[in-house]
Ligand binder design. Structure first.
Ligand SMILES: CC(=O)SCCNC(=O)CCNC(=O)[C@H](O)C(C)(C)COP(=O)(O)OP(=O)(O)OC[C@H]1O[C@@H](n2cnc3c(N)ncnc32)[C@H](O)[C@@H]1OP(=O)(O)O
Ligand SMILES: CC(C)C(=O)C(=O)O
Length: 579
């Protein structure tokens, strides 16, 4: 624990944590990545990369409860439906479930013609053979072989030098060619090789081993092999990964016959950044999982990457138009919850609780409507520019209902938004301020969130339902051209039924004069009205700001008749003044 610091220094002096930092060393002391003439920082991403969804393999192998056939099936259909064309469907030599799933896809003709399934295997003869057995009858497939190449794995897992590890890879590649010819001669096989634990591998050796595998697999520019460079463990900042990818892009042997793929994990929390910078650095393909499921802290999140492109005006070529359905399906398949604040798909990511955000969002949405009206176009065609909402929630199948939610951190903007969108009451600005104080008092007292229904009740109790000391009963107005309005109202004053008469310049003036006659010192300071609905049941809302006995109060009245609504609003202000 930090000790308490008492000296009055600025900035405050932090204390050593006591963590065993001596046990760790910086990445640059482990692997050298030097690229002083890097070009990736000046490049932009201008198109979607090739995507490969590995939920059914890398995602699946990280689950507490790996997917059964039904969950695998649902995930496969989801990925196909979203538009993924390369899908790693399993590690068929690892388990009967994986093997049977691949068979089921092939035998039941479930793989669309434009979709390439991918299967993973270690570079071990019997596993490769079994992998090809699983592919019998497939029209096409990507066979993905891997072996680990990092300095530490060479030393502690395999006990081999570089040449030994290269032999594992090239023997695996030879076995793969052999079984492809023997077992699946009618299947179009495309090759993928991953130097697993690439981030812990010296770059020259990574390039060398990929080149050696390519010598065996003989890719051509017309039939490229995929070279996949995984951040099996994310070990450094994303710029270092990008440097390494640009280095490989420049130095890979047979580069013209290779598709450069990346497979970031998220150990340092930078998987998305690493993937994006890798694209700038020359990568053409990304492997990842929906909502970032995967070993440890996960694979890179395909939803985040795709949506990031979309919000830059670049088509991700993946359909995210029903993000909640995608999230529900993923939660079902993985039996893991997607956190509420997960980028783009979490339950709370289009919701603002805080006052200034709500205020700005409401103004942004109002501005969009105005611009659409001025341009005579549907609001959906107006360029999206709303503060705090980098994407229109509607574009991903979310609605505005949940955009603004009110709790003790909220201000008038949020309160006004809910009252308008949920209760069709377009409160004038100063009334918004007054009512938001009423809501604030409630949230301070009760804690938690005020949902739209509760807010409607608070509003009604404050402005509409007070019946003492005044209750408006019946209203009769008459006016003749050139004359002042004459008004007669039936009203209960302190429980006693009275008939008040007044005259003035309009019914409001006449009513105020009538109230003066029974001792109410009221002046109308401001007035606004608003049609709440249309059609036969149309009602009007009137808002008045009154001075009652020298204090300022807002009142609200709702009625089918705007005159009666206005008088009710004055009564509401008077009753609020009486406490
Ligand atoms: C980073 C990644 O995600 S890589 C993918 C990891 N995914 C999985 O492992 C999930 C599926 N795997 C499995 O179910 C099992 O590992 C199986 C069934 C495939 C194999 O199981 P086993 O035969 O018991 O071997 P195991 O996986 O423990 O591997 C250990 C042996 O294979 C060797 N090996 C591991 N990976 C590879 C590889 N890619 N290529 C060649 N040899 C390898 C190891 O050096 C070790 O050899 P040793 O027995 O001589 O010491
Ligand atoms: C097999 C490889 C690509 C892998 O999953 C990893 O390195 O994370």
């Amino acid at each position: 624990m930090n000790s308490v610091h008492t000296a009055a220094t600025w900035p405050p002096r932090q204390q050593p944590s006591g963590l065993p930092v001596h046990r760790y060393r910086p990445f640059h002391e482990q692997i050298t990545v030097e690229l002083p003439d890097r070009t990736w920082p000046d490049r932009r991403i201008e198109a979607a990369p090739q995507w490969c969804a590995v939920d059914l393999r890398d995602g699946n192998q990280a689950l507490i409860d790996p997917m059964d056939a039904d969950r695998k099936s649902r995930m496969f259909d989801l990925l196909v439906g979203m538009g993924y064309k390369q899908i790693e469907v399993g590690f068929p030599a690892a388990s009967q479930t994986d093997y049977d799933f691949v068979r089921e896809l092939i035998e039941n003709d479930r793989i669309p013609d434009d979709v390439f399934i991918q299967v993973l295997t270690q570079c071990r003869d019997h596993l490769i053979e079994r992998t090809f057995e699983s592919l019998r009858g497939a029209k096409q497939a990507i066979v993905h072989i891997y072996n680990s190449t990092s300095v530490v794995q060479r030393r502690v897992v395999f006990g081999m030098d570089r040449d030994g590890i290269t032999d594992v890879a090239t023997n695996g590649a030879r076995a793969a060619r052999k079984y492809a010819e023997a077992i699946t001669p009618d299947t179009e096989i495309y090759w993928q090789y991953s130097p697993e634990s690439y981030t812990g591998t010296e770059l020259d050796y990574a390039a060398e081993i990929c080149g050696a595998v390519a010598e065996v697999l003989q890719p051509t520019p017309d039939r490229k092999m995929i070279v996949n460079l995984p951040a099996t463990v994310e070990m450094a900042t994303p710029n270092v990964y990008a440097d390494s990818i640009e280095w490989m892009h420049r130095n890979l042997p047979h580069r013209e016959s290779m598709i450069l793929s990346v497979h970031p994990h998220n150990d340092r929390g930078c998987g998305v950044a690493a993937a994006e910078l890798a694209l700038q650095a020359g990568a053409e393909r990304i492997e990842g999982c929906l909502f970032g499921n995967g070993e440890r802290t996960g694979n890179v999140c395909l939803v985040t990457l795709g949506m990031n492109l979309f919000t830059q005006g670049i088509d991700p070529e993946i359909d995210f138009s029903d993000i909640d359905e995608i999230r529900r399906a993923v939660e079902y398949c993985n039996q893991l919850r997607v956190p509420e604040r997960h980028p783009w798909g979490g339950d709370l990511v289009y919701t603002a609780f805080s006052g200034s955000h709500q205020d700005a969002i409401k103004k942004g949405l109002d501005a969009l409507e105005r611009e659409a009206k001025e341009a005579g176009t549907p609001v959906d065609d107006v360029r999206w520019e709303v503060p705090y909402l980098p994407v229109d929630p509607k574009d991903v199948g979310r609605n505005y209902e949940a955009v603004i939610r009110v709790n003790s951190q909220s201000g008038k903007g949020g309160v006004a938004y809910v009252m308008k969108s949920e209760h069709q009451l377009d409160l004038p600005r100063r009334l918004q301020m007054e009512f938001s104080n009423v809501v604030q008092e409630y949230t301070d007292g009760e804690g938690g969130e005020v949902d739209p229904e509760a807010m409607g009740k608070i509003f009604a109790a404050e402005y509409l339902e007070r019946t003492t000391p005044l209750t408006l009963n019946a209203v009769h107005t008459s006016s003749a051209a050139g004359e002042r309005d004459e008004l007669e109202v039936g009203i209960y004053v302190g429980g006693e039924r009275r008939s008040l008469k007044g005259s003035g310049d309009g019914p409001i003036d006449a009513f105020v004069n009538a109230l003066r006659g029974v001792g109410y010192e009221i002046r109308v300071l401001d007035y606004a009205e608003h049609a709440m609905t249309s059609g036969a049941d149309a009602k009007a809302a009137a808002y008045v700001e009154c001075s009652v006995g020298g204090e300022v109060y807002w009142g609200v009245g709702i009625d089918a008749n705007i005159v009666t609504a206005s008088l009710k609003a004055i009564v509401s202000a008077a009753n609020r003044a009486s406490g």
